[in-house]
Design a binder for this molecule. Structure first.
Ligand code: SAM
Length: 294
């Protein structure tokens, strides 16, 4: 992990109007041309160059006054500019592709100490260590690492004010899917166990440069006030077993956990039920019963 600039000191604790003007910087297309920033598919590089759209994403994060915002993958910096125009205390942007670090220098200067760029793989960065509370994450995520990043943050979501994230629309639909629907799966259950998740708006493929093959959605997640008690690891194991064979009855799919029939009977779920019929409270009860026997 390398830093493009020393961590700023003496940042105000109170929310302020920082007077950052995203339009005062060179247009993003010029930045891309000047630094030869051709998009690399392997790094999920689909850029947002419309500052109205990036401002809308920043607004959909809700109130960021005095919050330290972590952004994953600033790229040429369209969303970064929008975040700096809020009353966030600081933006810490994690970027894996070193070509963007140089291209972001103008933004770093204009941000007057409120922007810190960390050159690293976001999968290897602990956002809790990086950013002081109150903290939030806002990101147009690289698609190939979106789900593992989300799972890592969900495990500690109570430590965040919110997560506002761009996903492929199909993934966003899974995050908010209800039991019994086709999109309902392990990701739905784990997400809704820990967070209140809402799709804010859809973003058509043509809004990106270059356009991906599919549409995307912005999802806003806040920590759930009273999540059902259960051990994270046990919850992961139970949902992996159940949805690993989602067409099978639970007495079959949960066999790998040990005494599946006894666990199901203990929590009052029919052994003939299938994973897609069980709600979050049901999975939390299964995780508790499994953990108690393990
Ligand atoms: N935020 C920019 C925007 O909205 O135009 C770029 C978004 S683009 C979808 C994803 C960005 O994440 C790229 O800049 C890419 O280089 C970066 N990236 C990809 N994998 C990453 C990783 N593992 N850690 C940190 N950044 C990553």
């Amino acid at each position: 992990m390398t830093e493009s600039a020393p961590p700023p000191e003496n940042l105000p604790e109170q929310a302020q109007d920082h007077g950052f003007d995203p339009e005062a910087l060179p247009p993003l297309r010029d930045v891309i041309a000047r630094f030869g920033l051709d998009a690399r598919k392997a790094l999920g590089q689909n850029f947002l160059l419309d500052l109205n759209l990036t401002a809308r994403i920043a607004r959909s994060a809700g109130k960021l006054d005095g919050v330290t915002v972590v952004e994953v993958g600033p790229g040429p910096g369209g969303l970064t500019r929008a975040l700096l125009a809020t009353r966030a205390r600081q933006v810490i942007a994690i970027e894996r592709d070193s070509r963007f670090i140089e291209a972001l220098q103008d933004v770093i200067e204009a941000a007057k100490g409120r922007l810190r760029i960390v050159e690293a793989d976001a999968l290897e960065v602990d956002a809790l260590e990086l950013a002081p509370a109150p903290r939030a994450i806002v990101a147009n995520l690289p698609y190939n690492v979106g789900t593992p990043l989300l799972l890592g943050w969900l495990a500690n979501i109570e430590q965040f004010v919110s997560l506002t994230l761009m996903f492929q629309k199909e993934v966003a639909d899974r995050l908010v899917a209800r039991p019994g629907s086709k999109a309902y799966g392990r990701l739905s259950v784990i997400t809704q166990w820990r967070a209140d998740a809402r799709v804010q708006f859809n973003v058509p493929a043509r809004a990106f440069t270059p356009p991906p093959k599919i549409d995307s959605s912005i999802v806003h997640l806040t920590p759930r006030a009273n999540p059902e008690p259960a051990d994270w690891r046990a919850f992961e194991q139970v949902t992996a077993a159940a949805f690993g064979q989602r067409r099978k009855m639970l007495r079959q799919s949960l066999k790998s956990l040990g005494n599946a029939e006894a666990i199901l009977e203990e929590v009052g779920i029919a052994p003939t039920a299938r994973a897609e019929e069980v709600d979050v409270a049901g999975f939390a009860a299964l995780a508790r019963a499994y953990k108690a026997r393990a």
